[in-house]
Design a binder for this molecule. Structure first.
Ligand SMILES: [Mg+2]
Length: 137
């Protein structure tokens, strides 16, 4: 049965999808409710979520296994393959949001902070056009 709170969350999520914005808090709440309803919270330790995240990342990687780089870049021209990629990316994102919620980590804030740190580690004048790691620049 869908209660008013859940209905509001669903509408809010679709609004953000339609507006092409992400509301991480709403997604985290939906995932938390999903787990609580199924009594799965007990299984969502940081370790288990990190493992599940890695498994989903491997499922994404498996789709690209043995493809050439060009084939991988064109994967979304195949609707079936594109759907597989979308599903695995969603799995990764959902586990990441769930893990951040359980560990009380502000995913948006740390992501923005990491972009800033990466810009410092990879200054344009040293890293433009090459793929060397920051400690090799
Ligand atoms: Mg999956």
């Amino acid at each position: 049965m869908i209660n008013a709170k859940r209905c509001f969350q669903v509408v809010k999520i679709w609004y953000y999808i339609f507006m092409k914005k992400i509301d991480v808090d709403s997604i985290a709440t939906s995932l938390s409710d999903f787990a609580k309803e199924r009594e799965w919270d007990q299984f969502h330790s940081a370790k288990n979520l990190a493992m599940a995240l890695n498994v989903e990342a491997s499922e994404l990687l498996e789709i690209f296994q043995w493809m050439t780089e060009k084939e991988s870049d064109l994967i979304c021209s195949d609707e079936k393959k594109k759907k597989q990629v979308e599903q695995e990316m969603a799995d990764i994102f959902l586990y990441l949001v769930r893990m951040a919620d359980k560990l009380d980590i502000n995913l948006e804030a740390v992501a923005l902070e990491k972009i800033k740190l990466n810009a410092e580690k990879y200054p344009v004048e040293k890293s433009k056009g090459n793929s060397k790691k920051y400690n090799e620049l």
